[in-house]
Design a protein around this ligand. Structure first.
Ligand code: ADP
Length: 464
């Protein structure tokens, strides 16, 4: 409507101009229609020229990349360019939103601990994330559009690709896998889209190790239980089938009791371990005064030492009073008893054991158990805390060992934020030390000086 009006206005103005011109310059008495018509035609021609110029401007603007500012602000072309500008802007916003969602999605895929590789229909790499990069040793742009099978040449994986049966996963070593530090990957291909494949990889090293440990553990436990059980059933058979003298019967029953006791200690240690693994961390608010715990252990180990060696072992305790540890008294007692018990069991008669509990200059505290026993060769030390690891199997069994004592000590130490360290010289003796951090230790009110290694009071017993 506006456009028609402007056209009519132009023509009317032209006609008016023709009328004025004919009157003023052509000396015509009466204006004729001819100059008016001519001027109206000329002005409509100008109107069209102007219109085409505006159209050209809008066209140029449409072809340009910058759609932010409309080139014309009035009339039909102004309206058209404004609508186009608004449309372009909303499209641009939609594209930006889509782009940012896509970037978020890619970032999420990058953050995934699992490897993700997108493959085209010819198994060429289109995209991969950082985990896939480290799992398969892929590299930035170098490996893009390479055939995945050419880069990952594990025979198991090659067979998996060849059979093209992607119902299950395949296990293979990771790129960084070495004999000392194996890395196992579970790789699964998922077809999607038109012939494309999504390859997912997962580091299952820890899972496999845990599974292997579980298998070993069950085998070890069965073995440990089977031995005394076989002996027991042998004795039972003997008692049932043979006519034994009273003396022999008592001896056999004693031996049976020993085997039953062995099984009992094994089950008890297993239960302790499973409690340590399954229960929440010991409280950091419950303070356990350690002196009574040491006293308790001293009594128990004195008894053990008497049973094992008669009166011939020296047991010396130096226990600083009033130091408390935040944690569980049962666990601390169990760890301590295991260490002092081991010292008693692996130290021959005539030799001594020294137990020390003292504060440290940094606010922590440590207990150490030093013996003059058989000692341990260096190559065994790192493995001593493994379950059922023994240096001398027969000695451990003879003295009632289960092979779980140091595993329990290590667990208890870890649960209290403490550290177990072992130093030993074969033939000369060993020292087992557990250091507690200041955060778990409550010292007596008096501050402890840097040289306060010596205990405030000392209790010593010499069983020898
Ligand atoms: P065990 O019940 O067999 O003693 P542990 O886990 O307590 O099991 O100890 C593991 C092994 O470490 C023992 O079998 C023993 O060979 C060695 N061991 C532990 N403590 C001592 C020690 N004080 N002196 C020498 N060897 C030790």
């Amino acid at each position: 409507m506006g456009r028609l009006l402007s056209f009519a206005l132009f023509q009317a103005l032209g006609a008016l101009f023709g009328w004025w011109f004919s009157r003023s310059f052509m000396s015509l008495a009466d204006p004729t229609w001819a100059p008016m018509l001519l001027c109206a035609l000329v002005s409509s021609y100008f109107w069209h020229v102007l219109d085409v110029a505006l159209a050209m401007r809008v066209l140029r603007w449409l072809n340009s990349a910058d759609m932010l500012q409309a080139p014309v602000s009035f009339g039909l072309w102004g309206e058209i360019s404004d609508r186009v500008r608004r449309l372009a802007r909303s499209r641009e916003r939609a594209v930006q939103q889509r782009d940012s969602r896509f970037q978020d999605f890619l970032a999420a895929m990058q953050a995934s601990p699992n490897g993700v590789v997108l493959l085209d229909r010819d198994l060429r790499i289109e995209w991969f994330n950082q985990s896939a990069q480290s799992h398969f040793g892929l590299e930035g742009t170098r490996d893009l559009f390479q055939h995945f099978g050419n880069l990952v040449r594990d025979p198991g994986f090659a067979a998996y690709l060849a059979t093209a049966d992607f119902q299950s996963d395949v296990l293979m070593p990771g790129r960084a896998s070495t004999t000392a530090k194996p890395v196992r990957l579970s790789v699964h291909m998922h077809p999607y889209g038109e012939g494309r494949k999504l390859l997912l990889s997962r580091d299952v090293t820890a899972v496999e190790q845990a599974e292997a440990m579980r298998r070993d553990f069950v085998a070890n436990v069965s073995h440990e239980i089977r031995t005394p059980l076989t002996v027991l059933s042998g004795f039972v058979e003997t008692l049932q089938s043979l006519n034994l003298s009273e003396q022999e019967r008592v001896r056999y029953l004693d031996l049976m009791a020993q085997q039953a006791e062995r099984m009992q200690s094994l089950v008890s240690d297993l239960l302790t371990l499973s409690r340590l693994e399954g229960s929440p961390l010991p409280s950091a608010q419950e303070w356990v005064p350690m002196a009574p715990v040491f006293e308790h252990c001293r009594q128990e180990v004195t008894e053990l030492s008497r049973v094992l060696w008669g009166q011939a072992q020296g047991l010396y305790f130096e226990v600083a009073p009033d130091i408390a540890i935040a944690g569980s008294s049962t666990e601390l007692h169990s760890a301590l008893l295991n260490l002092i018990g081991n010292a008693a069991r692996y130290t021959p008669e005539g030799k001594s054991i020294f137990v020390n509990w003292r504060a440290q200059a940094d606010g922590g505290a440590e207990f150490s158990v030093r013996d003059e026993g058989v000692g341990i060769a260096a190559e065994h030390i790192a493995r001593l805390t493994e379950r059922f690891y023994r240096v001398d199997r027969s000695r451990s069994r003879e003295t009632g060992g289960t092979g779980l004592g140091l595993a329990i000590v290590k667990h208890v130490a870890q649960r209290h934020g403490a550290e177990l360290s072992i130093a030993s010289t074969p033939g000369q003796g060993s020292t087992f030390t557990v250091r507690f951090p200041a955060s778990r230790v409550r010292l007596p009110a008096e501050p402890i000086s840097a040289h306060s290694g010596a205990p405030a009071s000392t209790s010593a017993i010499a069983a020898a």
